[in-house]
Design a binder for this molecule. Structure first.
Ligand SMILES: Cc1cc2nc3c(=O)[nH]c(=O)nc-3n(C[C@H](O)[C@H](O)[C@H](O)COP(=O)(O)OP(=O)(O)OC[C@H]3O[C@@H](n4cnc5c(N)ncnc54)[C@H](O)[C@@H]3O)c2cc1C
Length: 448
């Protein structure tokens, strides 16, 4: 926050008249709406919001920001919003909507405004899968610059590690592609802490060809949760199989559809790129599923596996890496979720790590470093409930503390957490050194 204050005190006149895209300054009647991120728990009050039309226009914003002594903050949808943006101009990347799929070469070029759903739609019928997260609404650039865990991670590593090259507007105004041979250190840091080095306009990603992919989704009554989670943990899977499990506890809220309102259940989902669904068979055999769906899946069907919420809302989360998932951990997590405090959390999930995540892959600053499970909890924050929600998540943090591993992926940081929670001191120093080398003080040091 001290950075923001000093920026404000040095603030000169902000002249965005050379920008041809849309601009909202604080006196504009739609300013508040334009400044709002998807994550409504974060109040953003940037000096202005701009949607530049192309690279030249983006450069014009950058220059105006520099002349005014401000910083530039970039967002796609703002699912990962983390701080007030006083002292910054917020740039949204909607106009950077390039999307090209090279089926033969198994790669795609996606602009910074492209959301996972648009890529999944473009890939329909190709049997080519991208390393997107569970939300169809999140941008590929926002996901990969912050690490990213996907259904493909056990096969290809983090989403960031599927990035072949990055198109970047550097703080000095130079624009072009960077890859592992032209600037290895810049690429390493872009893969996980990439939001503070410049403005990324596009990325090129690997795609995975999986014509025989199968997916399975089972739900169970909460009483069967411990057995289902144990079977999911013990299932032998190869690296082409990803498995997620969740305990769901929905509030009795009138806006929810009747079939889920006030209900609790446990779910296990698997995506088998090689078509091997033995893990789902093992989980099915361990308890009596309430629902049971197994079948072929294409890239366009992946988002439906978890049906993540799409509406903007205020929420808080807790996500940690785990060293293991012994019976005690399963019982502690699922038991806590049934308590009064646990009612704050709608989703308490675990994802199996390992496979390619433990192999070197493309150099990346953020990774899961040998941890075996990823735990995430999501808690909506209705007005006035922020303190109670945060207290519940802190309690969950204590419950899982015995199994927490260091590190993590920045995509899973809560809105109040900083990069030092997941990066080593050495990597943070490397990030600062790179900002220095690029002259990136004009880029807002988000989460630093
Ligand atoms: C429902 C839901 C499900 C999710 N599931 C997963 C999941 O399965 N796996 C996972 O890893 N994550 C997941 N996430 C987290 C998500 O990937 C992060 O919030 C991520 O930051 C992407 O969100 P966004 O596209 O809205 O980015 P934004 O919030 O818009 O941007 C986040 C940050 O990225 C940087 N950034 C974005 N665009 C640019 C750019 N063009 N140039 C430079 N910097 C930029 C900036 O620092 C910015 O502050 C999920 C989030 C939600 C809400």
């Amino acid at each position: 926050m001290s950075v923001c204050r000093s920026n404000v005190s040095r603030m000169g006149h902000l002249d965005l008249s050379r920008v041809s895209g849309q601009v909202w300054t604080k006196d504009h009647p739609d300013y508040e709406k334009a400044a709002q991120p998807h994550q409504l728990a974060v109040q953003q009050s940037p000096e202005a919001v701009a949607i530049p039309t192309d690279v030249e226009d983006l450069r014009a914003v950058l220059e105006a920001v520099r002349e005014a002594g401000l910083t530039l903050a970039v967002q796609a949808g703002g699912h990962g919003a983390s701080e007030d943006l006083a002292g910054s101009v917020l740039v949204r990347m909607d106009s950077f909507d390039q999307l090209t799929v090279d089926e033969q070469g198994r790669r795609a070029v996606v602009g910074a405004g492209v959301r996972a759903e648009a890529l999944a739609t473009a890939l329909a019928g190709t049997a080519l899968f991208a390393a997107t997260g569970t939300s169809p609404d999140v941008s590929l650039v926002g996901l990969t610059l912050n690490g990213g865990h996907s259904w493909l991670s056990r096969m290809v590593g983090t989403s960031a590690q599927t990035v072949r090259r990055v198109e970047l507007l550097r703080p000095d105004g130079e624009h072009g592609w960077v890859d592992d041979s032209s600037d290895p250190e810049l690429m390493r840091v872009l893969r996980g802490a990439g939001g503070v080095l410049g403005v990324v306009t596009a990325i090129e990603l690997d795609l995975v060809h999986a014509p025989g992919a199968m997916a399975g989704s089972l739900t169970f009554a909460p009483a069967d949760g411990p057995a289902a989670w144990r079977a999911m943990r013990d299932a032998e899977v190869d690296d082409a199989v990803s498995i997620f499990a969740a305990s769901m506890r929905m509030p009795d809220a009138p806006f929810l559809p009747e079939q889920v309102r006030g209900k609790s259940w446990v779910g296990v989902q698997a995506l088998a790129l090689d078509g091997q669904v033995a893990a789902i068979d093992a989980v099915r055999a361990a308890a009596s599923p309430l629902s049971d769906q197994v079948g072929p899946i294409g890239p366009e069907g992946v988002a439906a596996l978890t049906n993540d919420p799409r509406d903007a809302g205020a929420s808080a989360g807790l996500s940690v890496l785990l060293t293991g998932l012994p019976d005690e951990a399963i019982d502690a997590m699922l038991g806590w979720h049934r308590t009064d405090a646990g009612a704050a959390v709608v989703l308490l999930g675990v994802r199996r790590l390992g496979g390619a995540l433990d192999r070197p892959g493309r150099p990346a600053i953020a990774g899961t470093r040998g941890a075996t499970w990823l735990m995430s909890a999501i808690a909506p924050m209705p007005p006035g409930a922020a303190d109670a929600t945060r207290a519940a998540l802190a309690q969950l943090g204590e419950v899982v503390a015995p199994w927490v591993a260091p590190g993590g992926l920045p995509t899973f940081l809560g809105s109040t957490e900083r990069l030092d929670r997941v990066l080593t001191g050495e990597d943070l120093a490397a990030l600062h050194a790179l900002r220095e080398r690029l002259g990136a003080s004009v880029i807002r040091p988000t989460r630093l």
